[in-house]
Design a protein around this ligand. Structure first.
Ligand code: SF4
Length: 324
């Protein structure tokens, strides 16, 4: 294994209750796998999930990630990922006679409909989101004049208008949305608020806070640039629990991080498969467990996963996904 039991103090690892892929990501992956299993040449437009392990598994099943539609040969299948795309992209794919498989999350579709309606009704739209995030780019296709704001420092650029509407990228923290809504009250005469923060995001944050309250240290697993992962790390700190953020178990090399720690909590972003959390739990016990827990690292990690994961919180149910 290359590392051995360091005789640490960790006697328990707990995995937060509802983790793993959100349903939007899971559905898009399942759709891609179904298409490949049906013998179609299958591509995903952009990475279906920002997780190298999952991308490699999909590649092994013949599913290629492409950056543009030009890379897809005529007649082949192209899966639109959960974030959705601008309407022109769908139109272009159809014009090129590609087999479009729309994996846009139903929650994002609802957001796209809401924003379209608000444009038609003449509202000046403010969207809380990360400017170049694919979901935001897709939404701007429906509302090209929408003003995208992120951190509080940028809110001053919001103009004063008579009729304004506020929406959010699905994974923005609810507290930020509420704060921005309060700020906007003074910016207009009429303010319409459509709460498009995804319920999965809210539940995951709640479960992470609950886990953080019960442990000495939290390990947050997710992409370094993933906003929803960063937010989980931040929330642990607010609760007063030290948290470290990693991309995968391989980042856990230094047992010193766990010095004096007895119970560790593990949580992950919406693009992190739940199996990765099990691997992280196992690695923690191996490098920093007590003599007893390090020896049973695998069993204890599996038990932690079974205690946490509801079937709905697991990764895709379709065959072919490797569980390591
Ligand atoms: S975070 Fe929510 S809105 Fe975004 S893809 Fe997942 S389920 Fe859908």
């Amino acid at each position: 294994m290359g590392y051995c039991s360091a005789m640490g103090n960790v006697r328990e690892v707990r995995i937060a209750r509802r983790t793993g892929f959100c349903y939007g990501v899971r559905e898009a992956i399942d759709k891609a796998k179904e298409a490949a299993a049906a013998g179609k040449r299958t591509h995903t437009l952009g990475q279906v999930v920002h997780n190298e392990g999952v991308i490699a598994q999909l590649q092994a099943q013949g599913i290629e990630t492409v950056d543009t539609l030009d890379e897809v040969t005529e007649g082949a299948a192209v899966v639109i990922r959960a974030h959705g795309v601008r309407p022109e992209v769908l139109a272009r794919a159809e014009a090129r006679d590609l087999d479009v498989i729309d994996g846009t999350c139903t929650w994002v579709i609802q957001e796209q409909r809401e924003i379209t309606k608000l444009v038609e009704e003449g509202y000046t739209i403010v969207l809380l989101g990360t400017p170049r995030h694919p979901e935001v780019v897709g939404l701007l296709g429906f509302a090209p004049d929408a003003i995208v704001v992120d951190e509080e420092e940028s809110w001053e650029q919001i103009p004063r208008r008579k009729k304004m509407a506020l929406l959010s990228q699905s994974t923005q923290p609810p507290w930020k949305f509420e704060k921005l809504a309060a700020f906007m009250v003074s910016r207009c005469h009429e303010l319409k608020i459509v709460n498009t923060v995804c319920p999965v995001t809210i539940r995951r944050q709640e479960d992470t806070i609950e886990a953080a309250r019960q442990v000495d240290l939290m390990v947050v697993v997710g992409g370094r640039s993933s906003a929803n992962t960063k937010e989980l790390t931040r929330l642990c700190a607010i609760v007063g629990t030290r948290a470290i953020q990693i991309e995968s178990e391989e980042d856990l090399t230094d047992p010193a991080v766990f010095a004096g720690v007895s119970i560790v909590g593990v949580t992950g972003g919406t693009s992190t498969p739940i199996e990765d959390l099990r691997c992280v739990a196992e690695r923690i016990l191996r490098i920093a467990g007590t003599a007893e827990t390090a020896a049973q690292a695998e069993e204890l990690a599996t038990a932690a996963l079974s205690a946490a994961a509801t079937p709905a919180g697991r990764t895709t149910s379709l065959p072919g996904i490797a569980v390591h």
